[in-house]
Design a protein around this ligand. Structure first.
Ligand SMILES: Cc1ncc(COP(=O)(O)O)c(C=O)c1O
Length: 726
């Protein structure tokens, strides 16, 4: 048979692989190798062994993993109580989620048996004197709880051609090519040998079943080779009744052999985990008898300690929890553990019950597209940003388009914009036949540099579209001066700047036209949506007409309760850009929360500032004293002259640490297509060109916790310090 052994280079895996090879099987090992290669394993060069280095959490990266596999022996997992207690999220991810996913894949790929390495520790605070497979489980540690959870989920996956088998192992002991000294017997022998003492924790009266690692490997091989119906969806306790011991008795047994050993019963908390286990089911069905005694293991371990007199058995690589702690300090790229146990997204919408209720109400009203919420949202929005008028539309892109059309801007005209912007603005201009003219950005705020605008103005220039990048308002007074001088329309792209202020005036109340976005990740969202604010009611009315196909009235006006039905007048060639009534109902609730959302963003930005400011290799955002920042994004800059890795490499490393990062934005002028159609070159906007390869946005949204921010900070430090020294 061809057998996939996850964790095949581990303490037990080494012997399982050995046993399977002895029986003439072929073995594919899938192992993270985070304890190194088991150099002492004599099968390392065996042609019947194939080694794939990988993490079960990322099995998708190995599409051929299950090819030709008959049986999966799933040993990989986060082992033992202290390691799982250190990071319960990772324990669950590895021991439950990835395990179940692996089994599901196995089943789909035609694997017939899936043998899962569980533990007798699922009996935990044992309910009953002698525990067998029918006894209730009572796991009381994260480790045993995750194993039990996985057991239950695996059993459900059973079907005619797929047999999950649960093997509940005793606590293992003895020599293995990949040695562990954090297992009770191995630890006692090594402390007795090296320190002449045995420390007994938890009182010593607790029962545990033990089994030699090689006997366990043999037991697994028996299951692997058994007839399908014998093992189908079965649970087996793996061990032997005679090997149930009280911890104190075990310590005395070892101390009696290693002369001069003192037993130190530490009077700490009583260990509540005590289980004396029955192994009759497995012993009877498989005629299983252990071959290795504790005495024999004692000799093996003593030999090991003599063979490696300079090796410290209490060093990281022999103690799982220490190794795990060490791995967390190493970048994932180098085989370490991710800083954040779960992925921290760059942005996340915040929707509450209020939004849910509002949506349901809007749906039940029957007014899905046009409706009364739109007008109400426009009014609330206008008052929130201090504008006289607001026109709700389907997106910020639509908002900008309408402003351009309303201003009579047409093919052949030119519009000034910074290249550090979202592509939709440029697309809109190009689709209108309007030429985007790029003006470089300020090296501190990355907003359009007002001092460079004038030199780009020509007779064809009709408007300027500055962008309040990340939520930092542009220098509007300076831009307005140029606009006034050349009679240009100022359309402020405030997609990021809802809630921001410029010289104590709210964004939305300053420029002739301000366009906002309510895209899912923005400071407030309507799923998709946008708004134009302005001060002229007639112009607002016309913009509404343009947004509704050029018709004077909306469906709400035509068919609503107070409507007066008459033929519709088409006033101009308009667009279909209205906001839906459902979106507006969400917007109504979101705008109420804007202040609290932005306060959280501000607090998180301050946290980043204090935690990251001492890192030389990165530059933090500049905030001019004349603005109130909306903190839509937190953009840092990697100082390329101080770092020997590219921004993209650093971004990749951070992503591996489970940190969601983004690039806002890669200069539009750098896209070959834009260079071709607009005749722009990278050197025309040198600052934008440079920062395009250096900026990086960090996670920032109101759902981030202090812990999340700490993870982001720790990940940045880990990656930067690593890069600094390599
Ligand atoms: C600066 C900027 N302008 C405009 C837009 C377009 O907004 P929308 O997606 O609402 O069309 C975005 C969207 O991310 C943006 O970041």
């Amino acid at each position: 048979m061809k057998i996939l052994v996850t964790g095949g280079a581990g303490y037990l895996g080494c012997w399982v692989t050995y046993e399977l090879l002895q029986k003439g099987h072929k073995v594919r090992i899938f192992d993270r190798m985070c304890f190194g290669y088991p150099e002492e394993a004599d099968w390392l060069k065996d042609t019947n062994v194939e080694i794939i280095q990988g993490d079960i959490r990322h099995w998708q990266e190995f599409p051929d993993l299950f090819n030709e596999i008959d049986v999966v022996i799933h040993l990989a997992g986060l082992a033992n109580d202290p390691t799982c207690a250190l990071c319960p999220i990772t324990a669950r991810e590895v021991n439950v989620d990835s395990t179940v996913e692996l089994a599901r894949q196995s089943s789909q790929k035609g694997v017939r048996k899936f043998i899962f390495a569980s533990t007798c520790a699922v009996y935990g605070k044992g309910i009953g004197d002698w525990l067998d497979e029918d006894s209730p489980t009572n796991p009381i540690s994260t480790f045993s709880q995750t194993k039990r959870e996985a057991e239950e989920k695996l059993m459900i996956l059973a079907h005619e051609n797929f047999s999950p088998v649960i093997a509940r192992f005793s606590t293992l002991f003895g020599y293995s090519p990949r040695m562990r000294f954090d297992l009770a017997i191995n630890q006692m022998v090594s402390t007795a040998e090296r320190q002449k003492r045995i420390e007994v924790r938890g009182g010593g009266n607790q029962w545990r079943p033990f089994l030699h690692v090689r006997d366990c490997a043999r037991a697994i091989t028996l299951i692997c080779e058994a007839e399908q119906q014998k093992i189908h969806n079965q649970i087996f306790n793996i061990g032997h009744n005679s090997l149930n011991k009280r911890i104190i008795d075990l310590a005395q047994e070892i101390a009696s052999v290693i002369h001069g050993t003192e037993i130190d019963v530490v009077r700490d908390d009583e260990d509540l985990r005590t289980f004396r286990v029955q192994f009759q089911k497995f012993i009877t069905q498989f005629h299983f008898q252990p071959e290795y005694t504790i005495q024999k293991a004692l000799q093996e371990i003593t030999d090991w300690l003599e063979r490696y007199p300079h090796e410290d058995p209490f060093f990281d690589k022999y103690i799982n929890v220490l190794q795990f702690k060490k791995l967390r300090k190493i970048p994932v790229q180098e085989g370490g553990e991710p800083t954040a146990p779960l992925f921290i997204p760059l942005a996340k919408p915040v929707m509450g019950h209020e939004e849910e209720d509002a949506v349901i109400q809007a749906m039940r009203s029957g007014w899905l597209t046009s409706g009364h919420n739109i007008h109400a949202f426009e009014q609330n929005f206008a008052s929130a940003v201090g504008a006289k008028e607001s026109v709700a539309v389907s997106s910020c892109t639509a908002a900008i388009h309408l402003c351009l059309v309303e201003a009579g801007i047409k093919a052949g005209d030119e519009v000034i914009t910074p290249p550090i912007t979202w592509v939709s603005t440029i697309n809109t201009l190009l689709n209108m036949g309007v030429k985007p003219v790029f003006v470089d950005v300020d090296p501190l705020t990355y907003n359009i540099d007002p001092r460079q605008i004038e030199e780009k103005v020509t007779e064809k220039t009709k408007a300027i579209i500055p962008v309040d990048l990340a939520g930092h308002p542009c220098d509007l007074d300076e831009i307005q001066k140029v606009a006034d001088k050349y009679h240009l329309l100022l359309i402020e792209d405030a997609a990021h700047a809802l809630g921001a202020e410029y010289r104590s005036q709210k964004i939305g109340s300053i420029a002739k036209r301000t366009c906002f976005s309510f895209y899912a990740t923005k400071n407030i969202t309507t799923i998709e949506g946008g708004m134009i604010t302005l001060s002229n009611s007639e112009e607002a009315k016309y913009l509404r007409i343009l947004a509704t196909n050029g018709l004077a009235d909306t469906a709400w006006d035509r068919y609503g309760r107070s409507a007066f039905l008459r033929p519709q007048e088409l006033i101009t060639a308009g667009f279909k850009y209205p906001m839906s009534n459902i979106s507006a109902s969400i917007g109504m609730e979101q705008i109420k929360k804007l202040h609290s959302f932005n306060s959280i963003r501000q607090r998180l930005a301050t946290r980043y500032f204090y935690s990251l400011s001492e890192i030389d290799e990165i530059t933090l955002p500049t905030v001019k004293d004349y603005v109130q920042h909306a903190w839509h994004l937190y953009i840092i800059r990697i100082n390329s002259q101080k770092v020997n890795k590219s921004r993209d490499e650093i971004a990749f490393m951070l992503r591996q640490e489970n940190i969601g990062i983004g690039i806002h934005f890669y200069g539009v002028h750098l896209h070959p297509y834009i260079q071709q159609v607009c005749g722009v070159r990278p050197e025309d906007c040198p600052t934008a060109t440079k920062i395009s390869d250096e900026i990086l946005s960090l996670p920032l949204h109101p759902l981030l916790t202090e812990e999340n921010i700490q993870y982001v900070v720790d990940a940045i430090k880990k990656v930067i310090y690593y890069v600094r020294h390599h």
